[in-house]
Design a protein around this ligand. Structure first.
Ligand SMILES: [Zn+2]
Length: 358
């Protein structure tokens, strides 16, 4: 997949003054800015057990965090599902219409049996869940501005652009979140995408071609999907990784690359696409980063953003081995332990110190 020819980006069909309701969800004083819904998880009548892909990864991450007593699942911030008008901020009518064919959805999600399922069921058990995760990324962007940081336990569909899906990505949540911020928050005039999933983030790259406000750093295995040369024109800091890159090569490279990017460009917001398919043994990523390497990577990114006081939103993106959820949860727990998840006051609220230690 991928490699579809690119047309220059058309303005979306959404009305100029459209106001989304996705930002209406507020974080309560006793909530951490961690966004999640049980409805993120995809349960396809037992099919999830047959497929190597862990389609309940998001629920497992939430449960691990709850078991570690960081926070309860019921206390996570629940996003709203984007409406068609919300999606039109980035997507074309034509693309959204294409999702009404189960065959198209099967190709995008790379789960071919989906093509045989009536579209009403595909919408309910699959696309609605991905839309909710998309709503989570958009809401998470606002919460990151308010609180200094936010983690959406799902999202990170970085192969989807406004016009085309692929590689399991049906909605362009990263592009949507950034476009909504640029439109509705005057303090956000620029953004940086730090895309550390094993694959090239060709979706958001296509959506921000020639957009000077968005700086894209992409570190990816350059010998695997999608190899999208048009999208590459958007990358301002490119780090091509070879098969089987290990921690000792990867971590200093990331550390230095992000430093250089942040010297060159001062964003008002960072979106961190924290894919875990760089993990050793991932059949798609083909890199050899250890669990500890992922934990250190996430710490490097958060420390830089938090030190410079740039709001950061992390999304979890690719990586669907059975062990992945544990690694992501451990990484979030490490960020907390290192004092990188302290909560800035909500405007007009008295956010308590106690939150940090719940
Ligand atoms: Zn990936």
């Amino acid at each position: 997949m991928g490699g579809e020819s690119s047309k220059s980006k058309q303005p979306s069909d959404v009305e100029e003054n459209y106001q989304t309701k996705l930002f209406n969800v507020e974080r309560a004083d006793d909530q951490l800015p961690i966004v999640y819904s049980d409805e993120y998880n995809i349960r396809f009548g037992g099919m999830q057990k047959l497929h190597p892909f862990d389609s309940e990864k998001w629920g497992r991450i939430a449960t691990y965090l709850e078991n570690a007593k960081m926070l309860n699942v019921k206390d996570m911030v629940k996003p709203l599902e984007p409406t068609k008008s919300d999606l039109l901020m980035v997507h074309t009518e034509k693309y959204l219409k294409s999702l009404k064919s189960s065959w198209n959805v099967a190709i995008i999600t790379e789960v071919l049996p989906v093509g045989f399922v009536p579209n009403s069921i595909v919408q309910r058990v699959l696309l609605r869940r991905l839309r909710l995760q998309t709503g989570g990324t958009i809401l998470g962007a606002k919460l990151a501005l308010e609180s200094g940081w936010c983690i959406n336990i799902g999202g990170g569909f970085h192969h989807c652009s406004g016009e085309s899906g692929g590689g399991f990505c049906a909605y362009a949540d990263i592009s949507l979140a950034i476009k909504f911020l640029l439109k509705h928050f005057p303090e956000v005039k620029s953004a940086m995408i730090i895309d550390l999933d094993a694959h090239q983030g060709n979706g958001h790259e296509r959506d921000f071609l020639d957009d000077e406000r968005v700086y894209i750093l992409d570190a990816y295995n350059h010998s695997i999907y999608p190899g999208d040369s048009t999208a590459k024109r958007s990358i301002r800091k490119e780090m091509k990784l070879r098969f089987h890159t290990n921690d000792s090569t990867y971590l200093p490279l990331i550390d230095k690359g992000i430093d250089e990017a942040l010297k060159e460009f001062k964003p008002d917001f960072i979106l961190f696409n924290a894919g875990t398919d760089i993990l050793d043994g991932d059949p798609l990523g083909m890199l050899n980063i250890s669990s500890q390497g992922i934990i250190e990577r996430d710490e490097i990114v958060f420390r830089k953003a938090r030190t410079l006081q740039i709001p950061i939103l992390m999304v979890t993106s690719g990586g669907y081995q059975r062990c992945t959820a544990r690694v992501i949860a451990d990484s979030i727990l490490n960020l907390k332990e290192k004092g990188l998840l302290e909560v800035k006051s909500n405007p007009g609220s008295s956010v308590n110190e106690a939150v940090k230690d719940t």
